[in-house]
Design a protein around this ligand. Structure first.
Ligand SMILES: O=C(CNCCc1c[nH]c2ccccc12)Nc1scc(-c2ccccc2)c1C(=O)NCc1ccccc1
Length: 322
């Protein structure tokens, strides 16, 4: 089988993208996340006050995986935890009949206040799943064998609705060739490495290793690259109070690219103006990966491409121009 689900920006800045998913008998709007591996949802196990504004999963005690728990925390300090159920999950017509559904009993304020997000659907390797005493499969792993092809394709868009395709490549969603590289899945993520970067039309050799991550909004790369980029943006500065590089909203932003598999993957300058700040300037879509230890190729990087994640005998990533 095959299936496709829309990916709709949650706000005017593309902070995150939401996709409709049937979980049990509820339709929830989840953030598909290639940077983590838990399918967790707001649930009836939480206090009503935490559920205001959210759709949530009505747990059925008969479906509980007794004694199973989960607890996840992310780099921004957000997180959630709870219990585990086995229930039907449907994404774009693709059905997992007994998918591990991680029902929240506690969710951090970062998620509770974001009333549009009813949970996350992890699409990294199942080796990163946090369920104890036994790790559970991601939705993709659960349905893999029933898919016509062992892949999903990510089509996130700039300030517009895109899609996630499961089991097939949609030729109408890209132009030109698909450029494939092997994925490094050894750390549980969809890892890739670049051999150069370019700012405007100046290219520099460098090794940039990172992960593809639909669950992270921005593009985080090594500090020297970030400094070199904003050196080309008049009036830009690192503003610690705002948590990153900012610049005058009228600034012209150069394109940025990473050369992966010998092909320049270009991020248009326009996409690097992420959002206005409360201080009257604009916040950069490229920021430093200080303290993370690798680069995170988040939505800012992804939203100009059609990216195929293929879990064949050798996991591969395919890049094509939207
Ligand atoms: O966790 C994910 C993907 N799921 C995100 C779900 C999510 C976390 N808040 C959310 C808020 C809304 C929607 C989804 C999420 N990716 C990875 S790999 C390494 C790090 C990391 C490790 C150490 C330090 C920093 C990052 C992260 C990370 O924390 N990204 C989020 C982020 C990255 C930078 C800044 C903020 C957040």
């Amino acid at each position: 089988t095959n299936g496709s689900a829309p990916a709709v920006p949650s706000d005017q800045y593309d902070s995150l993208y939401l996709s409709p998913v049937t979980v049990g008998s509820s339709t929830l709007h989840l953030d598909f996340d290639t940077g983590s591996s838990d399918l967790w949802v707001f649930s009836s196990l939480q206090a009503q006050s935490s559920l205001v504004g959210h759709d949530y999963y009505m747990v059925d005690p008969a479906k509980e995986k007794q004694g199973y728990t989960w607890k996840i925390s992310y780099g921004d300090g957000s997180g959630a935890s709870g219990k585990v159920y086995a229930d039907k999950v449907v994404v774009g017509g693709v059905t997992a009949t007994a998918q591990a559904v991680e029902a929240a009993t506690a969710v951090s304020a970062q998620f509770t206040q974001d009333v549009d997000t009813d949970g996350l659907l992890g699409l990294a390797m199942s080796t990163l799943n946090t369920v104890k005493p036994q790790q559970q499969k991601t939705f993709f792993d659960t349905v893999l064998k029933q898919l016509a092809q062992p892949l999903f394709a990510v089509d996130l868009k700039y300030h517009a609705a895109g899609s996630y395709d499961f089991g097939f490549i949609d030729k109408s969603k890209y132009t030109g060739a698909i450029n494939y590289v092997n994925a490094d899945t050894s750390k549980g993520w969809w890892g890739v490495s670049a051999t150069a970067y370019s700012i405007g039309n100046a290219s520099t050799s460098a090794t940039v290793s990172g992960i593809l991550d639909t669950g992270t909004t921005l593009l985080y790369v090594d500090t020297p690259i970030v400094k070199a980029y904003y050196a080309k943006v008049k009036g830009s500065k690192m503003d610690n109070t705002q948590g990153g590089y900012v610049f005058p909203c009228s600034a012209t932003l150069p394109d940025f690219s990473l050369t992966i598999g010998g092909v320049k993957q270009i991020v248009p300058g326009k996409h690097i103006n992420y959002s206005p700040t409360s201080a009257g300037n604009c916040f950069g879509g490229i920021q430093t990966n200080d303290g993370i230890g690798f680069s995170i190729l988040g939505d800012i990087f992804l939203k100009s491409k059609y990216v195929i994640h293929e879990m064949g005998s050798t996991p591969r990533i395919g890049f094509a121009q939207q």
